[in-house]
Design a protein around this ligand. Structure first.
Ligand code: ADP
Length: 430
């Protein structure tokens, strides 16, 4: 398990309550960086490091190694930056965890439900990281919290363009994050909630309902509560979506990262029993460019089909006859109010299933495979609110032969399936 010969090795001795931050260059060919804990104890975003084990971080990784007691670590390879910071909000985050844990204890005692927490703030303030931290801490003290992922741009659970929920049973893996087994995933179809805010709110409510049902039958899930990660869009309809989420999930705590105005607005607009807390962001959170985000999205889709790190998947490629599937887009283009049929509102058009006639422009689009049974008009109603069971990408369309070629994780030809089209495209460059 020795690092590659000739790799630069740098030792860092960290005092207690400090962190080593490092970034790996984003270029695909960039050299990976390995991390090893030599003495003491340390954690990466809430997950403890094992001593003398080498953890590998690939291109684009931005990592903080925090220590409560002090430690020494080695980095092998050439990180783009690496420095030690004494100035971290980790103590505040730990206190937040402690307060949530108190609420769980009380819930246990009084036979009530545990805390439902919504994490909000603009992009790049470390929302996902705080969620990961709180979930890992909770699971480390024996809780079974649920992660609710509402960030349709950068989902930590599934491909972009989806919202989802995941029961957390063990701390995040230091290198790979949470193990994603059997998540509940809904199709949204684009990377910003603004493209169809009505649908976004609807799906938030679906997740809240399923979570509440689970809490009714599973005491541990109920006591564990949930941590909700949200989008960085905090103005206008984006703000309204946060208020909607707080209400539909009946959240008890809102953690606002680094945004005083948002904090004041939520304090004003949410019921008084909701605890709204302002927390600073970590100086270590790195702003990501548009390109960087796009790459992260593509990577997420690639991982879905091909796996990552040690685990390789071998996706299938086959032809699907147009006549064997039904493809829909959710939401009709909005038309002026005056043109709407009598008794119909704009809201109705946003949740409407619009049949898509397969054509060349379908190429490279990601399609969600709905779990809803295909059926007549009446049955079709449930499609928007049904979870999805997987995704495919259209790689080629032959309009003459009326078939399309798809990339799929499963070998089974799709028959009589309902597919939902995303705005998101994926070009398979492998
Ligand atoms: P948001 O969810 O608000 O968009 P993230 O939690 O995804 O932000 O954080 C953005 C990036 O910053 C991630 O790559 C994360 O690994 C990195 N990061 C977070 N906290 C730290 C830290 N303390 N030191 C170094 N990098 C960090």
């Amino acid at each position: 398990d020795a690092p590659a010969a000739g790799k630069l090795s740098t030792r860092f001795d960290l005092e207690k309550e400090t962190e080593l931050r490092f970034e790996v260059e984003a270029a695909e060919a960039a050299e990976q960086v390995e991390l090893e804990l030599l003495t003491g104890m340390a954690e990466v975003f809430g997950s403890e490091l094992n001593r003398n084990k080498k953890y590998t971080f690939g291109p684009g990784s931005k990592i903080a190694v925090f220590t409560w007691q002090g430690c020494s670590v080695n980095l092998y390879g050439k990180p783009e930056v690496a420095y030690v910071s004494k100035d971290t909000p980790m103590l505040l985050y730990l206190n937040t965890h402690a307060a949530l844990e108190q609420m769980r204890k009380q819930a246990e005692r009084d036979n009530e439900r545990g805390p439902r927490v919504m994490v909000v703030g603009p992009t790049d303030v470390g929302k996902s990281t705080v969620c990961r931290l709180l979930l890992s801490y909770a699971v480390r003290v024996g809780r079974r919290p649920t992660l609710v992922e509402l960030d349709v741009g950068q989902s930590g659970v599934s491909v972009p363009g989806t919202v989802s929920a995941l029961c957390i049973e063990r701390p995040a893996d230091v290198e790979e994050g949470f193990s994603v087994q059997a998540p509940l995933v809904y199709h949204f179809g684009s990377t910003t909630p603004g493209t169809n805010i009505k649908l976004y709110n609807k799906l938030t409510s679906c997740l809240a309902e399923v979570f509440s049902q689970r809490c009714e039958v599973n005491r541990k899930a109920s006591v564990g509560g949930c941590i909700i990660n949200t989008c960085g869009w905090v103005k206008g309809s984006g703000y309204q979506a946060l208020v909607h989420c707080a209400s539909t999930f009946q959240v008890d705590v809102v953690l606002v990262l680094d945004h005083e105005r948002l904090y004041n607005e939520l304090k004003r607009d949410l019921p008084h029993f909701v605890r709204v807390v302002l927390l600073p962001k970590s100086g270590g959170v790195v702003e990501r460019s548009k390109d960087c985000r796009r790459e992260a999205r593509e990577e997420k889709i690639r991982e879905y089909f091909y796996g990552f790190r040690g685990v390789s998947f071998y996706p299938f490629s086959f032809e699907v006859r147009f006549s064997d599937v039904r493809i829909y887009k959710i939401g009709a283009p909005s038309i002026p109010d005056s043109c709407l049929p009598l008794g119909m509102s704009q809201d109705d058009t946003q949740l409407k299933l619009v049949p898509v006639t397969p054509g060349r422009d379908l190429t490279y689009h990601v399609l969600s495979v709905s779990s809803a049974e295909d059926g007549e008009e009446g049955v079709r109603k449930g499609i928007v609110e049904s979870p999805v069971c997987g995704f495919i990408v259209v790689t080629y369309v032959d309009t003459q032969a009326q078939v399309m070629k798809v990339l799929s994780p499963a070998p089974r030809p799709l028959q009589r399936h309902t597919l939902l089209i995303m705005d998101i495209r994926f070009m398979d460059m492998k």
